[in-house]
Each structure stands twice: as structure tokens, then as C-alpha cells.
Design a protein around this ligand. Sequence first.
Ligand code: AMP
Ligand code: GLY
Length: 431
Amino acid sequence: MRVMVVGSGGREHAICWKLSQSPKVEKIYAVPGNGGMMDEPKVVCVDIDVKDLERLCDFAIKNEVDLTVVGPEEPLVNGIVDVFEDNNLRIFGPRKESALLEGSKVFAKEFMREMNIPTADFEVFSDPEEAKKYIEAKGAPIVVKADGLAAGKGAIVCKTVEDAKRAVDYIMVEKAFGRAGDRVVIEEFLEGEEASFLVISDGTNVIPLASSQDHKPVFDNDEGPNTGGMGAYSPAFVVTEEVWERTMKDIIYPAIEGMRKRGTPFKGILYAGLMIVEDKYPKVLEFNVRFGDPEAQPILMRMRSDLVDAIMASIDGKLDTCNIEYFDDAACCVVMASGGYPGSYEKGKKIHGLEEVAKMEKVKVFHAGTVKREDGFYTSGGRVLGVTALGSTIKEAIDRAYEAVSKIWWEKVHYRRDIGRKALRRLGLVD
Ligand code: AMP
Ligand code: GLY
């Protein structure tokens, strides 16, 4: 079959890499793709803007694409699945009304309240002064969130009441995220350890994927501003069997059931960003409607089963007949970024050492912001590479990933040195 993968990040590279291993897939169009994807077997990059749903749809029709897989949230929230389905094209993901779980924090929070899904206590405001009064009454720490999509930057954790009021002005008055700031959610600050819990659904049936943990802040020890994610590993030890069962029973099943009852069945990947409180109680920080980036990199590297089978079963409503298996190995992905990211950074730096790393076993370098030129790869974005390794233990996976990272270099490269440390701490291997 001919497959189209929409997006250009490390997650999409991992999706292309995994799909290209399927004997059922003969060709993959990566739209727009990146430098690294060009080197994958079966993959051709096509330069179409992912906002241009009409052109994407035309391309799929003209090139007889049998299946489209969407990486990022924006096209899903904009209704790419509706446009494709209306043209009788097979596409994996939620329709626009179901993608609201990520597209609108207000919708997601109200839905959770209605379904009794555990989440931080909250109120919604469309008037900044009312929001500030509420903050004063509640006190700090407190969290202020823009309603709409804000490229992962719309949630501001505030240590003081003053900071929270400034966050309200930033989002609602200065409109830092445009219309996404017409409304805000103000919510209770939750303490605990975070985990990413992804499932695939066909609207009724659910198969959970392997657990994982992201590292959002840019510096070690979770310091500095939030990024799209600086690294991830799988499985996440904080997701114990007890937490896993609670997450399925209290969060995933009610969410899938609730969306079906609303008349907007959720098909695709549902990603619950969890805060595990007291190591026992999962609460939802956010829902996403797609694979995580960088969580997809370690999860897909661990996956033994053919991803095409699960995707087709999701589209056809037959996930109950499907099974997803994993290798026993753990996986760790360290993101190498441009110095300065998530603020401003320089592009066009030559990347050294990739040939050396290509010789390593159980290591795969997923590209994000790279371009390929005649003499090699150059940086072209904030997150540049996701260096991902398997290991028979999580420690082995982490050590192998960092061994590979140590061979790669460009001017002003930045990466965290503590990806996976929370897992090692739980195993008593570090303080
Ligand atoms: P979100 O985009 O809603 O997932 O928020 C981004 C990040 O902000 C999360 O990964 C958490 O680290 C943090 N965060 C969001 N909501 C809360 C909360 N209620 N309590 C504590 N931290 C939060
Ligand atoms: N890794 C966070 C996200 O994909 O939203």
C-alpha cells in the first residue's frame, strides 16, 4: 500500500521508520518530512504545507494514497480527518469534533468533569479581571492555561499570585497565543511524577500502548522553560500495575465511552498526560489526540507488531481482533537541540558524527529539525535529533543512548544529561 505521513518532526520520522518495516507498505510520502526521513527506505518527501488540507487531500487522491497517518495536532484539530473521509480516503486519527479533546482545554476539562475523570480542580474564565479575583481567592501555586492550541507553551505554572495574574494578562490581554487566549482555565497545582499514557482506539475498543515518560523542561533536574520534550523513555516505572489499572478504569474507558455517547467516537491515538499523585492516583493534566513527541520514538522502537495492522483495525472498528506486542527491551530517547531553544537559536550548523553512530547496534537516530545537503546533514530547527537506543534494562538503554550522543556534535548543541534518571532513582541506582 501507499502511505502518506503528515508532519516533519522526530515523531513522524519514527512513524515512517516503523511503517517502512511493514511488508504491506510499498511507498511512503512524508509531507513535508525532513532530512532524515529522505534516507529511509520507501520514503519520498513532498513539500506541502500541513495547514493546506485541500492540497494534502488532492495529493492523496492523485497519488492513490491508501492510508494517511497524521503526526501533529494542528491538522487534526483543523479537521484533516473530516476532509479526507469526506473524499473517501482512509486516514488514521480523530475527526475535528473529537480532536477538541486537545484543541480546547475548556472542552477537555468540562468533559472530564462531566465524566468524573480525575483531573485538577478548575474554573473557566473569559474575563481577565474575574480570573484574577479567582486566583486571589485560591492562592498560589496555581496553573493558568490558554484554552486553545499554543504549541505546548499555553500552560503556565505559577509560584505566586502575582505571577499568575501576569500570566492571565499575558494570555488574555497581550494575546500571546492569539485567539487561544480568549478563555483561560485556572487550575489547581498538582504534585507528583508525570507519565504519558497512550492508547489506540477505534471508537469503542482500546489497546493501551507501552507507558513512557517525557522530560519537558529544557535543563537538567526539570529546570528552565518547558519545551516540546527533551527526551523520553519507555516503560515508565511510575506507571505501576496499580496505576495502569486505575488509569484504564478511571480515565481511558470513561473518556472513550463518553466520546462515543456524545456522538463523537474517538478513533486514533488518545494520549493522557498524567500526574501520578502519591505514586498511586493518576490525574489528567491534558489530553492529546496523537502520538507524543518524543514519546513515539522509544515506544515505536520497542514495538514488535506491525503498526499498519493496528492502524487499519482502528479505522475499521476492529481493534478487538488486534494485538500489539513489544520487545522485552526498554528504550530511551535523548533529544539533541539547538543551543537557545526553546527561545531563539541559530540554524544551519553542520552535524558531525552521524556515520559513527549509524554503525552502532540497537541505536536509531530520529531526525527532527534537519536538512540534507550534498556534504551531510545541517540543523534547521530547535529540536534537531532524537537519539534512541534499546537495552535489556532501562540503564543499558540510557547508557547506550548517551554513548551515541557523545559521538554527535555541532556548534552550540544542547541536550539534557539526566534523561531517565527518575527511572534509575526508582531502581535505587542513583540518588
Ligand atoms: P499541559 O500542556 O496542560 O500538559 O501542561 C504542560 C506542563 O505543565 C505539564 O507537563 C506539567 O509539567 C505542567 N502542568 C500542567 N498542569 C499542571 C497542574 N495542574 N499541576 C502541576 N503542573 C502542571
Ligand atoms: N511530549 C509532549 C507532547 O507530545 O505533547
